[in-house]
Design a protein around this ligand. Structure first.
Ligand SMILES: O=C(O)CCC(=O)C(=O)O
Length: 323
């Protein structure tokens, strides 16, 4: 039985394929929304226990104050934070900040691998409505869960999320990978709606991943250099959507996207981002990619995602054989 609040239409599948991004209005029911919201709140409340949990605002402030002790203290988990900050500064590329009222008191929190540490989020990601959404859009015979993150921008968060392409943060290649961006709050441009460069999934580029709060690439990252999209927004075919809880935006993992800070005085922006792969995805080593500390094994390059880290979460039902 379907867990979706409504079925996905052929027009939505076509929009996903053509634009590399589609807004699915009202596909999650209240139970799913409340469950994801509970999980995000629990992940943020226990961020200090996650080796992949970061308060990005604390990091950018420590970087501005050259507080090396604070940066070193953040450097024994998923990222070598001190090394990244050092390298980002050496590129001369500025940190990307908006200017919220009252000096920007909000914080930007990120955690990775929440499904591995919170049972309720694992249930949502592996057995809830989300795999069905991926199955409807990917055109694949089966779907593997790949991973997840949460992104929270409190009111008054100054950090933007630099435009980037998810693909090269992940150690995979192929075409069939989608990212579900699941807001549990109303989101507009004011509090950090995602902006997507329409059609960018088809431009054949594999862009260097960046450090997220600056266009500076991750140390050692190879690939095409992403242009300065923040500085030339009008030159790009950018789309964004005002969304409500229950809506899900799905983008192709090659689609370039980024957000502003949270300029609102009162409205937090809590989002889960869940990733799924289809049949043509293969493992590919990218030494600069962020460590996925919750993954238990590495696969050889070129192999399918046949491993417990990437459970099969959806299979296409066989068409009934005509008599
Ligand atoms: O919501 C954000 O600030 C970033 C999210 C993102 O880049 C993603 O889900 O791929």
């Amino acid at each position: 039985m379907s867990k979706l609040a409504r079925q996905i239409t052929p027009d939505e599948v076509a929009a996903y394929n053509n634009a590399g991004v589609v807004l699915l209005r009202g596909v999650l029911d209240l139970k799913a929304i409340n469950s994801v919201r509970r999980c995000i709140d629990e992940a943020v409340g226990t961020l200090g226990q996650s080796p992949s949990g970061y308060d990005i605002t604390a990091i950018t402030r420590a970087a501005e104050q050259e507080d090396m002790r604070a940066l070193e203290a953040e450097s024994d988990g998923q990222h070598d934070v001190a090394g990244i900050i050092d390298y980002a500064k050496s590129t001369g590329k500025p940190f990307l900040f908006d200017e919220p009222a009252e000096g920007g008191k909000g914080s930007y929190f990120i955690d990775t691998g929440v499904a591995a540490r919170l049972k309720e989020f694992r249930r949502f990601s592996l057995a809830g409505a989300a795999p069905e959404i991926a199955g409807a859009l990917l055109g694949s015979e089966q779907v593997n869960f790949f991973g997840d993150q949460i992104f929270v921008k409190e009111p008054g968060t100054r950090e933007r999320t630099a435009f980037h392409q998810d693909a090269t943060y992940f150690e995979i290649e192929g075409n069939q990978c989608c990212v579900l961006w699941i807001p549990v709050d109303p989101v507009t441009l004011e509090n950090g709606a995602m902006m997507y460069v329409r059609g960018s999934h088809k431009d054949g580029k594999w862009y260097q991943p960046n450090v997220f709060f600056s266009q500076a690439p991750l140390p050692g990252a190879e690939g095409d250099e992403l242009p300065d999209i923040e500085g030339h927004l009008d030159d790009y075919d950018i789309v964004h959507f005002d969304v409500e809880p229950g809506d899900v935006i799905v983008h192709d993992y090659r689609t370039v996207h980024g957000t502003g800070g949270n300029m609102s005085r009162y409205q937090v922006r809590r989002v889960a981002s869940v990733r799924y792969c289809g049949d043509d995805i293969r493992f590919k080593t990218r030494p600069w990619a962020p460590k996925q500390l919750h993954h238990k094994q590495r696969l050889p390059d070129g192999s399918r995602l046949c491993a417990p880290d990437f459970p099969v979460v959806w299979r296409r039902e066989a068409e009934p054989i005509a008599a």
